[in-house]
Design a protein around this ligand. Structure first.
Ligand SMILES: *Cc1c(COP(=O)(O)O)cnc(C)c1O
Length: 395
């Protein structure tokens, strides 16, 4: 690939000396489970999220499961979550024995449509897991208003959005829990698996910490269910080292996104998404006279961290563009081809799961192109040139 979707090599090479130093420190401390390095990284993440406490866990998926367990969500409970998300959001709800109820998406910002969530509340609804997809906050103020009206717990799934802001508030710190992932494709890219829970509620933090460690409190006494959900001290030390560069990574992603927006808009048939069409809190708007491609936007008052730069390719041409880019040695990926309400594993959830029409449209139109921080302007120019060639080929 001339332009890969993701380049891990360059970022880690630049930090090699510092990473080796962090590794040796843990190696020589012989403290591999929890301890100081984990606590340092927990403080870093709770600071980024503007929350009081951080609890390091094994992955973003574990973070969701532990948060649900700490909130006592289980059999008989319903949890609202977007249909247009990565599987882990919905899978973790099923793994604690509760039922996911799928909420449709906004065609502009890709996040959950809060009006649809409101329609799907029942007397069994106990919680909602909004996702800040692709690095941009969802309309969390509306989610929190809905939660207040129906006494729901809120877990922000921030796996793709570390450092993102909703007005002046950081994501993860505005609800009962925020959960993060350090999977190598996320914005703070780990060295294997890693996750984090943040909260500002001292009791919830205490519960999450106990659950992470087999439900033990005190040692070898188990008053509640838990498991081994711990992050490795080595992983925490390496991630803390990389954490110093988080702001820089985000700034580079933002300038890459801006460059795409400016340059791609110059091509006839490509337009920026219309922020007035954001239907997060309204009925879905019919879109007429669609261009060939719609570009993603960042809301002015939010801080978008651009974990992904996701095009909507209209007119049934998405797979053609994907083939075209691959043929031109440009990495790209469909996040996500099948919305959760159509996943076979959730068949047994019943017919009400089926009503997410915008999610189905997005699943057929979305294509993410390279946006990683180390992407050069020369490489971006190749991507833009290839997309221009594709638009030309449609004529
Ligand atoms: C990646 C991701 C997760 C899961 O994180 P892991 O660390 O891979 O377990 C959860 N939710 C969303 C939205 C994600 O993108």
């Amino acid at each position: 690939m001339t332009v890969p979707l993701l380049n891990l090599d360059e970022q880690n090479q630049k930090l090699e000396a510092a990473l080796i130093e962090a590794f040796l420190k843990v190696l020589r401390s012989n403290r591999f489970i929890l301890g100081e390095e984990v606590e340092r990284f927990e403080r870093f993440c709770s600071d980024v999220a503007g929350a009081e406490y951080g609890i390091g866990v094994g992955s973003g998926t574990d973070a969701l499961i532990v948060a649900l367990m700490a909130l006592e969500i289980g059999p008989g409970d319903e949890v609202l979550c977007p249909s247009f998300t990565f599987f882990a959001t919905a899978g973790s709800i099923v793994r604690v024995g509760a039922k996911p109820v799928f909420v449709d998406a906004c065609p502009v910002c890709f996040n959950l449509n809060v009006s649809d969530a409101r329609r799907k509340v029942t007397e069994r609804t106990k919680a909602i897991i909004p996702v800040h997809l692709f690095g941009q906050s969802c309309d969390l103020n509306s989610v929190n208003a809905l939660a207040k009206d129906h006494n729901l717990k809120v877990i922000e799934d921030c796996a793709q959005a570390i450092g993102a802001k909703n007005y002046s508030s950081s994501v993860g710190g505005m609800a009962e829990f925020g959960t993060f992932s350090f999977f190598p494709s996320k914005t703070l890219r780990g060295f294997g698996e890693g996750g984090m829970i943040v909260t500002s509620d001292s009791d919830l933090a205490h519960q999450a910490r106990i659950i992470r460690n087999h439900g033990m409190d005190p040692k070898y006494y188990h008053y509640r269910m838990g498991g081994n959900f711990r992050i490795d001290a080595l992983q925490a030390a390496l991630l803390r080292t990389k954490g110093d560069y988080l702001d820089e990574y985000i700034e580079k992603r933002q300038s890459n996104a801006e460059y795409y927006q400016v340059e791609l808009q110059k091509i006839p048939g490509i337009e920026l998404a219309n922020p007035n069409h954001c239907s997060c809190t309204e009925e879905t708007l019919a879109e007429k006279d669609q261009p060939a491609i719609t570009l993603p936007i960042a809301y002015e008052k939010y801080v978008h961290t651009w974990n992904q730069f996701t095009l909507r390719v209209h007119g049934g041409k998405r797979d053609l563009l994907k083939q075209w880019l691959v043929a031109h040695e440009i990495g790209c990926e469909v996040y996500y081809p099948v919305p959760m309400h159509l996943q076979p594993v959730f068949n047994e959830l019943g017919p009400e799961r089926a009503n997410c029409p915008v999610s189905e449209i997005l699943a057929s139109e979305c294509l993410s192109i390279p946006i990683y921080p180390e992407l050069s302007q020369q490489q971006q120019a190749l991507v833009i040139f290839a997309i221009a060639g594709f638009i030309q080929s449609l004529k």
